[in-house]
Design a protein. Structure first.
Length: 147
C-alpha cells in the first residue's frame, strides 16, 4: 500500500510539473507573439514592454533606426523551448529561461528585396513576466539577441 501511495504521489507531481511547463510555454509564446506584433505593426510601446525597463528608451531609438531600412510583412513563432527552472531563486531574480524560434519575412528599402530569416531569441522569466534578452549591439536591433 505504501508503494502505491508513493507511486501515485510521483505521478501527481510529474503531471503537475508538465502542466506548469505547458502554462509557461503558452505564456512565453504569447509574450513573443505580442512583442513581434508590436515590431511588425510599428507599435513600439507594445514591443518595448518585453524589454527590461532600463533598456526601453535605447530599444525605441534602435527600432526607429532599423525601421528606416526595412519593413516586416510576416512573423510567426515556430518553436518554444524552456530550460529547467533553477533549484531556487532569490526575489527579483530570473525564474526561468527559454528559447524562441521565430520566422520573420520582410523587405529592405529602397531595393525592396524580400528576405526570410529564422531567428533564435533568448527570453527570461521574472516575477513580472517574460522578457527578451535584448542586445543593443546585435546586428539587427529588432531581432534581439540572434544566436
Amino acid at each position: 500500500m505504501l508503494v502505491f501511495l508513493h507511486a501515485f504521489s510521483c505521478i501527481h507531481t510529474d503531471t503537475q510539473a508538465i502542466r506548469q511547463d505547458d502554462q509557461e510555454k503558452k505564456h512565453l509564446s504569447e509574450s513573443a507573439q505580442d512583442y513581434w506584433d508590436g515590431v511588425r505593426w510599428e507599435v513600439d510601446d507594445q514591443s518595448a514592454l518585453f524589454i527590461e525597463e532600463d533598456d526601453r528608451a535605447l530599444f525605441r531609438s534602435r527600432v526607429e533606426e532599423q525601421r528606416k531600412g526595412e519593413r516586416l510583412v510576416d512573423v510567426a513563432v515556430l518553436k518554444i523551448d524552456l530550460q529547467p527552472p533553477p533549484e531556487s531563486t532569490a526575489q527579483g531574480e530570473t525564474w526561468r529561461t527559454g528559447t524562441v524560434l521565430v520566422k520573420v519575412e520582410g523587405y529592405t528599402l529602397p531595393a525592396q528585396i524580400v528576405r526570410t530569416e529564422e531567428i533564435e531569441q533568448t527570453w527570461f522569466r521574472t516575477p513580472s513576466g517574460w522578457f527578451l534578452q535584448w542586445d543593443p549591439d546585435a546586428p539587427g536591433p529588432l531581432t534581439g539577441s540572434v544566436e
